[in-house]
Design a protein around this ligand. Structure first.
Ligand SMILES: Nc1ncnc2c1ncn2[C@@H]1O[C@H](COP(=O)(O)OP(=O)(O)OP(=O)(O)O)[C@@H](O)[C@H]1O
Ligand SMILES: [Mg+2]
Length: 286
């Protein structure tokens, strides 16, 4: 286990203020310049993220995005002595990946998974309606709470005119739409992330949750993703010629997702339309 990154005093004080003084901090992740702890105290639970090095700018931007979006789980954030911190309410509930675990295991309450998938689409649709894109949608970035899906890790959330920083590389590479991969390769900044690119990542996320594999059959394209650099992988993805895997453990769902993954961005549904298609599928299944 890695040594926990130190927590700045201002972040500790804000966490104690929010959760109560008798705090227990449990490390959740610590990678790529940012660490997340679950803070549990007598007055509440929270997620505390601390960014260092390259993570300072990224974490500060995430705090600014949450504040600008006025999400109800944002508590506070700041930059102090070479670290940036972000405090949010702890969101109780499974991630989309976790909701789909029984589906991947073969048994399954598929209705429940479809409803969750539609809820994820609704959350993305709300973000898009506010003029923003998430830009790093992944199976772990939607939390299914009793109050609906909350999107987390908005470090790269963007709207035209918003500071994107210099290090945006498209988020999770395996969920990059071909056109976004191509835009990143040019090196031009800011990288314009469209709602359509988010919808590709949304469909890819649901594909991964349902099948356990990314929506790209690297083997069929004679690509070894382990030995490729991320840049090389983006070059392959940008060609649009890496096929979608042929295995169809849930054909009805995958047939809804396939056109989203394969069509030109102009022909992709909106997040709201994708959600409606999943609801219709759920109604058919009954
Ligand atoms: N508000 C929250 N409520 C519940 N869990 C959270 C919250 N914020 C973060 N987490 C948990 O911490 C994990 C990491 O958070 P996040 O994705 O924001 O950080 P990250 O440093 O960008 O991690 P990664 O590099 O894995 O994307 C999440 O997958 C989730 O399990
Ligand atoms: Mg993350």
């Amino acid at each position: 286990m890695s040594t926990p990154s130190p927590i700045p005093a201002a972040a500790q004080a804000a966490t104690a203020e929010h959760c109560g003084r008798d705090l227990v901090l449990t490390e959740v992740t610590d990678r790529r310049g940012s660490a997340v702890w679950k803070a549990a105290g007598p007055e509440g639970t929270a997620a505390l993220k601390v960014g260092r090095g390259d993570g300072v700018e990224v974490t500060a931007r995430e705090a600014a995005a949450l504040a600008a979006l006025e999400v109800d789980y944002f508590v506070g954030g700041g930059v102090t002595h070479g670290a940036a911190w972000l405090l949010t309410d702890w969101l109780e509930g499974p991630s989309t990946w976790e909701v789909f675990a029984p589906v991947r295991a073969g048994g399954a309450d598929r209705q429940h998974a479809l409803a969750a998938a539609a809820d994820l689409c609704s959350a993305v649709a709300v973000l898009h309606a506010a003029g923003w894109v998430h830009a790093d949608l992944q199976p772990s970035h939607g939390i299914h709470t009793p109050d609906g899906v909350k999107l987390i890790d908005l470090a790269w959330a963007w709207r035209p005119g918003w500071d994107q920083g210099n290090n945006f590389n498209g988020g999770m590479t395996h969920l990059l739409s071909p056109e976004l991969a191509a835009a990143i390769i040019t090196g031009d900044k800011p990288v314009v992330v469209t709602p359509a690119a988010d919808v590709y990542a949304l469909a890819g996320t649901l594909w991964a949750c349902a099948t356990g594999t990314w929506p790209l059959d690297y083997q069929a394209a004679a690509i070894d993703p382990q030995t490729c650099t991320p840049h090389e992988l983006r070059q392959h993805i940008a060609t649009g010629r890496v096929p979608v895997p042929a295995n169809l453990p849930w054909p009805e769902l995958q047939e809804v997702l396939l056109p989203v993954l394969l069509d030109d961005p102009a022909n992709r549904p909106t997040a709201g339309e994708l959600g409606k298609a999943l609801e219709a599928l759920s109604a058919e299944d009954r």
